[in-house]
Design a protein. Structure first.
Length: 123
C-alpha cells in the first residue's frame, strides 16, 4: 500500500484509515479556486495574489469542507498540550497553501486568533 501510494497518491481517505490514522476531513478540488488563479497570475501577465476562496466564494464545497475540518480539529485538539497545527504535503502543487490560508481564514472567522507561517524548506 505504501509503495502504491508513493507512485500515484491517495485518492480515497479509506486508504489512510486502513493504516490506523485519523482522517479529519476530505477537501474536494475547487474549480472556482482554479479559475481565480487563472485570472490572477496565469493570464495576461498579471501577478496579483488570488483572493482567498473563503472570502470570495464562502459557499464553495471546499470551504464547507474546511469548516468541517475546523470543527474536527477543535475537538481533536482539546486534550493537546499546545494549539499548533502543521500542514505539509509530499510535493509542490498539492494544495498545502490553499488549505493553510483558507483554513486560517475560516478559523479567524470563528473568532479565534490565527498566526499563519508559510515556509518553503526547499529553498
Amino acid at each position: 500500500l505504501f509503495r502504491k501510494t508513493l507512485n500515484k497518491g491517495l485518492e480515497n481517505p479509506d486508504a489512510i484509515e486502513q493504516l490506523g490514522l485519523p482522517v479529519y476531513a476530505s477537501i474536494p478540488y475547487s474549480v472556482l479556486q482554479e479559475s481565480e488563479e487563472a485570472k490572477t497570475h496565469r493570464g495576461q501577465g498579471l501577478y496579483k495574489a488570488a483572493a482567498l476562496l473563503t472570502l470570495s466564494h464562502p459557499t464553495d464545497l471546499a470551504i464547507e469542507a474546511l469548516r468541517s475540518l475546523r470543527t474536527s480539529l477543535h475537538f481533536a485538539m482539546l486534550e493537546a498540550p499546545n494549539n499548533r497545527l502543521m500542514i505539509s504535503g509530499p510535493s509542490p502543487l498539492v494544495g498545502k497553501t490553499f488549505v493553510s490560508a483558507n483554513l486560517a481564514a475560516v478559523i479567524a472567522q470563528s473568532g479565534q486568533r490565527v498566526l499563519l507561517i508559510d515556509v518553503d524548506m526547499r529553498k
